[in-house]
Design a binder for this molecule. Sequence first.
Ligand code: ZN
Length: 623
Amino acid sequence: MRAIKRLLSALLLLAVLLGAGAGREKALDRDIALHAATVRSLVDGVIPGAAYSWLASFTDGFGSRIAGSAQLSEAVDFLVAEAHAAGLENVHTEETDPLPTWVRGAESATLTSPRLAGEREAKLHISALGRSVGTAAGGLEAPVVVVGNWSELDAVDARGSIVLLNAHYVGYGETVQYRVHGAARAAQRGAVAVLVRSITPFSPNLPHTGLGSSDGPTPIPAAAVSLEDADMLARMAARGQDVRVRLSLGCHEGPPASGRVVVAEIAGAEAAHEVVLLSGHLDSWDVGSGAVDDGGGLALGLHSMLLVKRLGMRPRRTLRFVAWSGEEYGMGSSRYWREHAEEAGNITIAFESDAGVFEPIGLQLSAPVQAHAVARAVGRLLVEAGSNGAVESGGEGTDIASAMALGIPGASLANEATAYMRNGGRNPSDPRLQGDYFVYHHTEADTVSALDAGQVDAALRTWAAFALVFANMSAPLPRGPPADDAALMAALGSAHTRPPPQVCSARWSDDLHPPQGGAADLQGGVSVLHLAFACFASSILGAAGCWLLLNPGNRAPGGSGSDDQRVAHETWASRPVPVVPIRREGEEGCLEEAHGGTLEAVREAEEGAEREALLHGQASALR
Ligand SMILES: [Zn+2]
């Protein structure tokens, strides 16, 4: 009976994959619907707080785990023991390519000029970039030259100077170029050292380290500096003051040493040679305790395995957990994928979570349209089970990039941080939109306190359910060139299945609010409470009352304020802004639309969206 059922479902899926015309969607749904009970068991089977608690204990116990460190080696041994203890199978380690062994040592940067108060000096918040060379003993002192971008760097005489690369964050991929290439390009201009404005949209006076050079040690000492200190140095330079810094970096590099990746499996019952691979990376930078980057990804992979094991499920294909070592140097998985290239045809999909385990949305997937259709059907089961199952394009990860190059579909966790990255990483002034990933990334603040137990549980449900259904379904996930949003739109009618947020009320940025004229209603825009109150009032005053309370005219900028307020407002209104997403409540819920131009234009668009929603009676979504 079981065999017949499986044969039937295989035939159904085959029909779907071959594009059997009419009924194709239904056939797909029938095939995937066979896994509804499995998904529900996984969703219900997560022990609240257990994965977070494991991660807290792990990161408290080992702290940071930079490649080449004793902590990383001990963490590898610990993970192997954990996997054995949990009854996972084929538990072993595999050697990585040789990795740098870089040690930070003592470091400091002191502003020696221009402080006005006598001899007082100021300590700057810096963190040497990974693989930076150190300064000579005793450090170096030099004038600071501030540049905002490459063309400004190319136009200055930086001989004998410390260059401050003060590029403001517009998105990780774009701005991180200053961290990776800054030392080499500043050295070409004759600089003796480089300070790089931290690659982050927001972070309270924290320097963000990270790899300083993509091809070996940096040619000159290089360190990240906090946003606040970069701003201060830039202000001083703009005033024409003589800015000087004494920099001392004790970092140095030893001979390369190989690391170990940890592998543990639950062997497939019927197609053990076919593999669904779940991964995160075990190494971190040497600051904080590597909970966001990437202890959370590690916990998701391991705890998905533990969940399946604890529920006594035996997948059809093999579930393989891999903990990479050396991601931060960009080489934690290169040897693994070289040595497993022949197996690539049997690796159904490779998952890597490395963008923080924050509020999950679902799965990001780099795979063809047919695979997206399958994943969407799985996502619907997750949603029916009360969990998060959106499917979007763009699955990625440093350690699965080589797998994807071999034709293996790639998946990553879609969360608020990845949504932000996909939006181009714009609107740096609003932490709520950014997700928190790049706020904590590569800093002393990357600890488990940055994460939330409930969000980790939610991510675990999503991660484990997609993985297990991909491991159990009758045919392997279809593979081929990954579909982009246009292809998904054309074939499936939408680019993603991200559910709209339930409430359209959140204000994205205080920047959107005009300067205060004293009226409280200039402040808030429409908060949940505001709307609730307005709609309560409307039940007394009628719809007109509601309208009066929310009419943007009532919080017109400037109001009847003074000339100072008017000038302030004009300055505010004409401030140029990059693209800012506006949430607009529409038929599908809250949609995001991009608006650019001036702050005034953005605010008008935002208020227009709210007004429209209200006029169409759609504020009922706020219930
Ligand atoms: Zn990472």
